[in-house]
Ligand binder design. Structure first.
Ligand code: UDX
Length: 455
């Protein structure tokens, strides 16, 4: 068999959840366009769920999280899952590296999601280059860096919080693991442990772009040299096609795309509110009810993604009355939807992927963060990038229907909406520049690739 000349072979190791698999896959594709061979390894369980028959230019393999049959649901708790993932993951990662060792293309580098710091230890045992891949916003990572190094006294109780390079943050702007003290202690430990050994990594790659977060990037770079390499969005959505950048992604949920995208295409430009809370958020029954009636009161067309596990919370009366004003779907191709001219506003939980996807496609937002990093992303959406409005929670901890209607109106109509739309277009342009030849992210990717290249 002919041995193809690659510049280097990178093993990409994503954290096994929906919001983490695609950024790393898209980035792996980008690397293959630069002459790198990329092998992408998910857990066995995810490989059954997502069925990645073809990843185009990217090769596919697996490691184990110790839960091959049921994934996360097989574990007793978050703690149990993370323990199993580390134990089985380290062992099977080492086996995978050994399997390739005598092949024509052994691995040169392990590029691991920063939620998996143990992968760096395994890479180093084998003398491989280690590249940490930070999936979330630089500002969020820098807050965790601060907390990990004892620079924030925890639990954070007084506000505003001042961190160099970040706007002053109120408690509600901090990642929820910090401001809701004691919530999800094992996830909190996991996000802090991203920095337990990152100083040993040869590269720290962050899925953002310089102009978007330049102050946070400059501050964090002083303590942890990093390369911004984002947005990791298929290039055809950014109007500049990169070689090998086919439009495919991985879905843990079954797509029910055609009817919703067809419906969307029949609607006038800017007339539809797209509503989605991503892959993990669970709204209370009361909150779903308020959301439904708030959408109805706003009287715009809507496309609402409600995962099947959440569907029972939609009020029956709402479904009976919605007629052809809207469509409810369990999971849709979000990039295609955000790219549609019909979408005028994204009502979002502000997961980092959703946020950066909306920014890069010039779609203004209503931000309704739920937990983890979403609160900080929402702060930036409203106050730094000025591409959206953040909902206010009432005294009962609920975002009520009138607030929902009012926020949708602010984005969809009037002067404020126009300004947000203009700002969103500006970020789209800057995102395109960042990944185009000679742009900040493109240069950083080239630096990563050239340093990896075997001499
Ligand atoms: C959480 C965190 O908030 C996020 O920052 C993190 O890094 C991953 O976990 P999540 O709920 O997964 O977020 O949301 P988000 O980061 O927005 O990712 C969801 C992804 O699913 C996006 O890429 C979005 O395009 C995709 N999606 C969502 C679909 O493809 N179809 C849908 O119907 C809904």
């Amino acid at each position: 068999m002919e041995k193809k000349a690659y510049r280097a072979h990178v093993l990409a190791l994503p954290y096994p959840s929906q919001g983490h698999v695609n950024p790393m896959l898209q980035f792996s594709k980008r690397l293959t366009s630069k002459g790198i061979k990329a092998t992408y390894a998910t857990t066995v369980f995810l490989s059954h769920t997502m069925k990645p028959e073809s990843l185009g230019s990217v090769e596919f393999d697996t490691i184990s999280d110790g839960c091959d049959q049921g994934g996360f649901s097989e574990a007793e708790s978050i703690h149990d899952y993370l323990k199993r993932l580390e134990a089985a993951g380290s062992k099977t990662l080492a086996e995978l590296i050994i399997k390739y060792k005598n092949s024509p293309h052994p691995f040169d580098c392990v590029m691991y999601d920063s939620f998996l710091p143990w992968a760096l230890d395994v890479a180093k045992q084998f003398g491989l280059v280690g590249a940490a891949f930070f999936t979330q916003a630089c500002a969020v990572n820098y807050i965790y860096y601060y907390a990990h190094h004892g620079l924030l006294s925890l639990p954070v109780s007084s506000e505003p919080v001042s961190i160099p390079g970040l706007p002053l943050l109120q408690l509600r702007d901090m990642p929820s693991f910090i401001y809701v003290a004691g919530s999800y202690p094992f996830y909190f430990q996991m996000v802090l442990s991203q920095f337990s050994n990152s100083y040993k990594a040869d590269f720290v790659l962050v899925n953002t772009f310089y102009n978007l977060e330049h102050e946070a990037v400059d501050s964090m770079s002083k303590v942890s040299p990093l390369l911004t390499i984002g947005p990791t969005i298929p290039s055809m959505y950014l109007d500049k096609r990169v070689e090998n950048d086919e439009d495919y992604d991985l879905n843990l949920f079954k797509l029910d795309s055609s009817s919703s995208t067809e419906w969307l295409s029949t609607k006038p430009p800017g007339s539809v509110v797209y509503v989605s809370f991503g892959s993990m958020a669970n709204l209370s029954v009361k909150q779903m009810e308020e959301l439904a009636w708030g959408i109805k009161q706003s009287n715009f067309y809507f496309l609402w993604v409600v995962r099947s596990s959440e569907e029972a919370k939609i009020p029956n009366k709402f479904v009976q009355e919605m007629g052809d004003k809207g469509v409810i779907a369990n999971w849709i191709p979000q990039m295609q939807v955000l790219a549609s001219k019909s979408v005028g506003c994204f009502f979002t939980h502000c997961g980092w992927n959703s946020t950066i996807e909306a920014l890069c496609l010039g779609v203004p937002m209503v931000a309704m963060p739920q937990w983890t990093d979403q609160t900080t992303d929402a702060k930036f959406v409203e106050d730094v990038w000025k591409v959206g409005v953040r909902v206010e929670v009432d005294e009962n901890g609920i975002v009520n229907r009138d607030e929902i209607e009012s926020c949708i109106r602010q984005v969809m109509e009037g002067e404020t909406g126009k300004v947000m739309k203009e700002n969103a277009k500006k970020w789209k342009q800057l995102a395109i520049e960042a990944v185009s030849e000679g742009g900040s992210s493109d240069k950083n990717i080239n630096e990563f690739v050239s340093k990896l290249t075997r001499t």
